[in-house]
Design a protein around this ligand. Structure first.
Ligand code: SAT
Ligand code: MN
Length: 590
């Protein structure tokens, strides 16, 4: 059990964790393919994952039926002072929380192997990358971390002897007595909690083995902790995809876009344009770290190395590039299994085939509900994406021409509009609201505010976060323009007006051309809307509702926002309240 590294403070933390968690064995991960294969084989032999005959080096697995999504009510930001956590996060006193965690983690890995998982968020060697070390007793988490991050030896090399790292202690919370049989998907739902100490830059997660609760590089480090680091250091950690878009003349631009979980970020990031001559390439589908480059422009890096995408609804029609990406080397969680050794989910292609095993691991019948869980996921290396952007690993990132915000809104919000200024754009980000999805535990389809799509991911006071965005706007040159989109508006007949998916390139085209100054926009009270959106070859039944601005609905939206923004008092920046006031005035005089 040699788990010494070259980094003394890491060694010290490992010793502490070993003494606390009392594992039977300790394994320092090197991140090699051989290691991955051995760990996967162990899970196959234990009957916990199933190799897929139809997809090379790929596996099917399913979780505990109650450990299927992020648990926001059990996610904590334990800042030193309660007021720094803000009204949208759950706070607990860090001392009390540490004491509780010490109790929970004491002996929690008995009978299990402790895996030490060094990982690098961002390209190895980049001065902007951040090293995390996850200590975990979940082999499933190790396998996913290998796909999602630059894991093992390269991360340790990046860390070096003196480098600092974000410690993340994770346990499924089920110690094993000698001879005790393990649970199928060990988890400890009663004590489940995902805890962040923003000042200490430290993460502790207990009791869950699923997704963002257990893969600590993603939402915990790259968003919650990184957003706090970004505030202190003058950059942004955002819940955004990054895409490159090239016009028929060969000119290329980069766009970042923020949408709440499970609102189609991956589909947009991998979009296959329906307009001839246009090309989209994918830098990232979930997270963007955004900083100023030497030229004063904003540059974005995707800190991740893989996609953890929602499977249901993914198909040749909705996202052919994702379908190519997941043909091999993929872990599928909570989808259904076909008798021929392939996977299946709702929306993949037609009716469920006979002989399915559902995400619950049981033969599926039409009465038993969906065959795959709505938050079923695939985990896959990003380089497998057929339209992986050649600059995706550029340590300096890609220059942004536009930033898009969006949500799932069946009414009021038009297909696309452009902000009047940076400050107005920040106001748009702050006013995002969206119907909830299955990515988080709780009711689906309920409208909730989700500023910047960061509601569950901001590691500090949201009012300070708005101010930080405003400050960023004062520092830059040639800042990206800011847009708001809504693919989900419904017409009078209750059906979606816009076809979405590949057709969204029409909106990207308008944005592309706006940022070149070559496209018209009509000034409305809410911002610029297109006058000449390219709708060639599209048959829309309710086109008139696509871009319309309903004064009454918007005035109501303003009232709603006014009361929502009160939540952030006294830290709500004046600039955004001014924007709200001005919007109301423009609506009244329209
Ligand atoms: O947080 S997860 O990584 O489980 C997925 C999401 O909500 O975007
Ligand atoms: Mn996400």
């Amino acid at each position: 059990m040699n788990y010494k590294t070259r980094n003394r403070s890491l060694n010290r933390w490992i010793e502490e964790a070993v003494a606390l968690c009392k594992p039977e064995r300790v394994h320092l991960c090197d991140g090699s393919d051989v290691e991955y294969d051995e760990l996967a084989r162990g899970l196959v032999e234990a009957g916990k994952i199933t190799p897929l005959k139809k997809r090379p080096n790929s596996f099917w697995c399913h979780s505990d039926p109650d450990d299927v999504a992020r648990v926001e009510e059990s996610t904590f930001i334990c800042s030193e002072r309660e007021e720094d956590c803000g009204p949208t996060n759950h706070w607990q006193d860090p001392k009390t929380m540490h004491a509780k965690l010490n109790e929970l983690f004491d002996g929690c890995m008995q009978g299990r192997t402790m895996y030490i998982v060094p990982y690098c968020m961002g390209p190895v060697g980049s001065e902007f990358s951040i090293v995390g070390v996850q200590i975990t007793d979940s082999v499933y988490a190790v396998l996913n971390m290998k796909i999602m991050t630059r894991m093992g030896k390269p991360a340790l090399e990046h860390l070096g002897e003196k480098g600092t790292f974000v410690p993340g202690l994770h346990s499924v919370g089920v110690p094993l007595k000698p001879g005790q049989k393990d649970m199928f998907w060990p988890c400890n739902l009663k004590e489940r909690r995902i805890v962040h100490f923003p000042e200490e830059r430290r993460i502790c997660s207990f009791g869950s083995g699923y997704g963002g609760n257990a893969l600590l590089g993603k939402k915990c480090l790259a968003l919650r902790i990184a957003s706090a680091i970004g505030r202190d250091e003058g950059w942004l950690a955002e819940h955004m995809l990054i895409l490159g878009i090239t016009n028929p003349e060969g000119e290329k631009k980069y766009i970042a876009a923020a949408f709440p979980s499970a609102c189609g970020k991956t589909n947009l990031a991998m979009l296959q344009p329906t307009l001839p001559g246009w090309k989209v390439e994918c830098v990232g589908d979930d997270i963007a770290w955004i900083r100023f480059g030497k030229d004063g422009r904003l540059y974005a890096v995707n800190p991740e190395n893989g996609y953890f995408g929602v499977a249901p609804g993914t198909s040749e029609k909705t996202n052919p590039n994702a379908m190519r990406t997941i043909e091999r080397n993929t872990i599928f969680t909570n989808v259904a299994l076909k008798p021929d050794g392939d996977v299946w989910w709702e929306g993949i292609n037609g009716a469920p085939p006979p002989g399915l095993i559902s995400w619950l691991g049981k033969p599926w019948t039409p009465e038993s509900g969906p065959a795959s869980h709505p938050n079923a996921r695939y985990t896959v290396p990003s380089r497998q994406c057929p339209i992986f952007d050649p600059e995706a690993n550029n340590p300096d990132g890609v220059p942004l021409s536009a930033i898009i915000f969006g949500g799932r809104r069946s009414s009021t919000i038009p297909l696309v509009f452009e902000s009047l200024s940076w400050q107005h754009g920040v106001f748009l980000g702050a006013s995002v609201s969206s119907e909830t999805t299955a990515a988080a535990k709780g009711e689906v389809g309920k409208l909730r505010h989700d500023p910047f799509a960061m509601l569950p991911f901001c590691g500090y006071h949201m009012g300070d976060y708005f101010s930080h965005w405003l400050e960023m706007g004062k520092r830059g040159k040639n800042l990206p323009r800011i847009y708001y989109v809504n693919w989900f508006r419904k017409g009078a007949d209750g059906r979606f007006i816009w076809p979405g998916f590949g057709e969204n390139c029409r909106v990207l085209k308008w944005i592309f051309e706006r940022t070149s100054g070559s496209e018209e926009g009509k000034l409305t009270p809410i911002g610029y809307v297109p006058t000449s959106l390219d709708l060639s070859g599209l048959k829309l039944s309710q086109e008139e509702s696509l871009l319309s601005v309903d004064k009454e609905a918007w005035l109501q939206e303003c009232e709603e926002l006014k009361s929502y923004f009160k939540l952030f008092d006294p830290r709500m920046p004046k600039g955004l309240l001014q924007e709200l006031q001005q919007l109301k005035e423009r609506l009244h005089s329209s």
